[in-house]
Design a protein around this ligand. Structure first.
Ligand SMILES: [Ca+2]
Ligand SMILES: [Ca+2]
Length: 162
């Protein structure tokens, strides 16, 4: 029996793959990737092995705004555990940004940012949560908060789903 490629079995393709500008959508609709609330999808980019300030592999997350011209470096923000308002402070090996997730957890129409730092506290791992991807009211949680043993390296925050 001949096996058909899954794409053919799925029927005719109705679109092509291309790199295009972020998609705008109607205001008030579900916006899982829009943290600015302007209708354009935004992007969170992790760099978990970024080293700075004498600490190694601390990590950063860069936030890019979507526009009708695509993602632009103008107005980009870089977050790390040393950013004012981000809990915990930067330490070597945090690997902040090893995982990133944009999802509207507060259901207000703006995406919220969750970040996994899988190396926090010597491999315990931690997650950070930033409403609308801003530092106002930012929170962090390690595995002990949920009663998860920290023997070994649980790497809490890897993976993230939402
Ligand atoms: Ca946006
Ligand atoms: Ca939200």
């Amino acid at each position: 029996m001949r096996i058909r490629p899954s794409l053919l079995a799925a029927g005719p393709l109705t679109s092509t793959l291309a790199l295009t500008a972020p998609t705008a959508h109607a205001a008030g609709s579900a916006a899982p990737y829009d943290f600015t609330g302007d209708g354009y999808r935004d992007l969170a980019v992790g760099a978990p092995y970024e080293s700075f300030g004498g600490a190694e592999d601390t990590g950063t997350v860069t936030l890019l705004r979507g526009t009708d011209a695509g993602y632009l470096p103008t107005g980009a923000r870089v977050l790390s555990p040393s950013t004012s308002g981000v809990p915990d402070g930067a330490e070597s090996g945090d690997s902040f940004g090893a995982r990133v997730l944009l999802s509207d957890t507060t259901k207000d129409g703006r995406a919220d940012l969750s970040v996994g730092g899988t190396g926090e506290n010597g491999g315990d791992g931690a997650i950070w949560w930033l409403k609308s991807a801003t530092t106002s009211g930012a929170k962090s949680f390690g595995p002990a908060k949920f009663g998860i043993p920290t023997t070994g390296s649980p790497s809490f925050g890897s993976p993230l789903r939402g």
